[in-house]
Ligand binder design. Structure first.
Ligand SMILES: [Zn+2]
Length: 325
C-alpha cells in the first residue's frame, strides 16, 4: 500500500513529509516493456518517483510536476512525473552498459554535462501560459560531482523556494521511499502556498536552530531503515523527543498510484507533428505506424486509414497530383 504522511513539529517552523511507495512503484517497474532496468537505474528512478511525490505533497501544485535528468552517461534521460492527484509514472532511456555498482555520476554525469530539470506544468493553462521550469546542474558549489539525488534536489529547493530543505531518498525493487523536512517561511511571508508578503524578516536560511536540529535527525535516517520500517516506527525513532502533529495519511484512492496519461489521441497528435510526408513514408514502408508508450507499455497501432484520417481531420489532404488546367 502506497502512502503519504505529512506532519508539523508543534510550535516550531518546521514541517515534514514521509512517503512510502510500494504498489505504485512496483507497477511502474512491471509496466516496463523493454526488460528490467539495470539495478542502479532502477534505484535512481525509484528515488526520483519518491522525490516528486514528496515535492508534490509539499507544494500541492495543481498540475503535473515532472523531474527529468538529462544524462551524459549511459542514462540519457530519466523522467518521473506526478499529477496533483498523485498519479505517478516514470521511465528511463538507457544506452550502453551500466555497472552493477554505478554511482549517480557514472550513470548521468560522466563529463559533468548532466542536468536536472523540474517542470511545473499547470493543469488549466490560460492562453499563452508556459510551464515553469527550473534547471540545476549535477555538481555542487565547488564543481564537485554530486553522488546523491537528494543533494541535487536540496540545491533546487533552496534556489526555488528560498527554504532550507533536507531530503532522504531510497529505493529498491519493492519500495521507493523518502523523507522531506523543510523550514517553514517566517510568519506572514509569501511562499509557494500563497499568502500576502508580511513585514521584512531577516533571512533565516541555514540559521534556524530548530530546523538545524531536526534536519540533523532526519539526515541520520539510513537507507535500510527507510526501505524496511513502517512509517510510525521511522518517525518515532527519529523524532521521539519532538512533538509531532500528524495529518491524516493519504493512501488508497487518495494516495499515490500508478497511472499513465498517454492516449491514442495524443499519439495521433504526435503523428500529425511528423508531417504528412514522413507519416506516409512510414506507412508505405511498414504498413502501419506503431507507437509504444515508454511509461505504461501500451502499444498504439495506426493503419493507413487511421493515418489518413488524422491528417484529413485537420483539413490537410495528401498532396494530390497537380491538377490539369
Ligand atoms: Zn502510457
Amino acid at each position: 500500500m502506497s502512502e503519504i504522511h505529512k506532519f508539523l513539529f508543534d510550535g516550531l517552523p518546521v514541517r515534514g513529509v514521509l512517503v512510502r511507495l510500494t504498489d505504485a512503484w512496483t507497477e511502474i517497474l512491471r509496466r516496463r516493456a523493454s526488460g528490467a532496468f539495470p539495478l542502479p537505474v532502477q534505484n535512481l528512478l525509484g528515488e526520483m518517483v519518491a522525490a516528486v511525490t514528496l515535492m508534490q505533497s509539499n507544494i500541492k501544485f495543481n498540475g503535473a510536476l515532472v523531474l527529468q535528468i538529462f544524462g551524459d552517461g549511459p542514462v540519457k534521460l530519466a523522467v518521473a512525473e506526478v499529477q496533483s492527484d498523485f498519479a505517478l509514472r516514470a521511465t528511463a532511456t538507457v544506452v550502453g552498459e551500466v555497472a552493477a555498482d554505478a554511482s549517480l555520476s557514472a550513470l548521468v554525469n560522466l563529463k559533468q554535462q548532466g542536468k536536472c530539470a523540474i517542470t511545473l506544468d499547470p493543469k488549466n493553462k490560460f492562453p499563452g501560459q508556459q510551464a515553469y521550469q527550473g534547471v540545476v546542474p549535477l555538481v555542487g558549489e565547488a564543481h564537485e560531482k554530486l553522488e546523491k539525488l537528494s543533494e541535487v534536489l536540496q540545491h533546487y529547493m533552496l534556489q526555488s523556494e528560498q527554504l532550507d530543505t533536507t531530503l532522504v531518498l531510497a529505493a529498491d525493487d519493492k519500495v521507493a521511499a523518502g523523507l522531506l523536512i523543510q523550514r517553514l517561511p517566517p510568519q506572514g511571508a509569501g511562499n509557494l502556498a500563497g499568502g500576502s508578503p508580511g513585514p521584512a524578516h531577516e533571512d533565516e536560511i541555514g540559521v534556524n536552530e530548530d530546523y538545524q536540529r531536526i534536519a540533523m535527525l532526519a539526515a541520520s535516517l539510513q537507507r535500510e531503515e527507510l526501505l524496511t520500517l513502517d512509517v510510525d516506527t521511522i518517525l518515532r525513532r527519529l523524532f521521539w523527543q519532538e512533538k509531532l502533529l500528524r495529518f491524516e495519511p493519504l493512501t488508497g484512492d487518495a494516495g499515490p498510484h500508478f497511472s499513465c496519461t498517454c492516449s491514442r489521441e495524443r499519439v495521433g497528435k504526435m503523428i500529425l507533428g511528423l508531417g504528412i510526408e514522413e507519416a506516409q513514408s512510414i506507412v508505405a514502408e511498414r504498413g502501419e505506424i506503431e507507437v509504444g508508450c515508454e511509461f505504461c507499455g501500451a502499444q498504439q497501432h495506426f493503419d493507413p486509414i487511421d493515418v489518413a484520417q488524422i491528417f484529413a481531420a485537420t483539413g490537410k489532404t495528401p498532396p494530390a497530383s497537380p491538377a490539369l488546367h
